[in-house]
Write a protein that binds this ligand. Structure first.
Ligand code: SF4
Ligand code: SF4
Length: 160
């Protein structure tokens, strides 16, 4: 049995990662209407995609993310299965809030170095009080990786 359990985290239901649930979009500032903030009010009827399928990197059975990086506690939600760059698995970290707390970001950067996992992380634009649907996207890793992320963004290409 997986010792890591979601409750009471609802970070992925609350729009910090963009999802579409039964045709309804959730994104920063717009949670899924079924999220109660500590659970789902329609749990038995939740769809397979994305609700039953989605697992952040922290909750996975063989997760290598430290136990103290649970999204609702550390302020970052890590997705580890959607992007590969030059054969290396990339971690994508979205803030649960406007910005990933410094302490958490430092741990994610240390993990990137130790496990050779380039990191893409996001934060809301500090010059805007609004929550943007698409936060700023930053890269941490080899210079060639950082340049690739910049180039892809300049070309308007989606990274994932
Ligand atoms: S962000 Fe992770 S731990 Fe939190 S509810 Fe979603 S899958 Fe579970
Ligand atoms: S339907 Fe429930 S499980 Fe699915 S995103 Fe909404 S709150 Fe989360």
């Amino acid at each position: 049995m997986n010792k890591r359990q979601c409750q009471p985290c609802t970070a992925c239901c609350d729009g910090w990662v963009q999802i579409k649930v039964k045709g309804c979009e959730a994104y920063p500032g717009k949670p899924c209407p079924h999220s109660t903030g500590n659970g789902c009010d329609d749990y038995d009827n939740r769809p397979v995609d994305p609700c039953r399928q989605f697992e952040c990197a922290w909750v996975q059975k063989k997760s290598t993310l430290p136990i103290d990086l649970k999204p609702n506690e550390c302020g970052a939600l890590v997705i580890n299965k959607i992007l590969i760059w030059q054969g290396l698995k990339v971690d994508l970290a979205v803030p649960v809030g406007r910005k990933i707390p410094e302490k958490t970001l430092t741990k994610l950067m240390q993990r990137a170095e130790k496990e050779m996992r380039p990191l893409i992380y996001q934060q809301q634009d500090p010059s805007s009080k609004m929550l943007e649907k698409n936060p700023l996207t930053l890269a941490y890793g080899p210079p060639a990786f950082q340049q690739w992320v910049l180039d892809e963004q300049a070309k308007g290409r989606a990274l994932w």
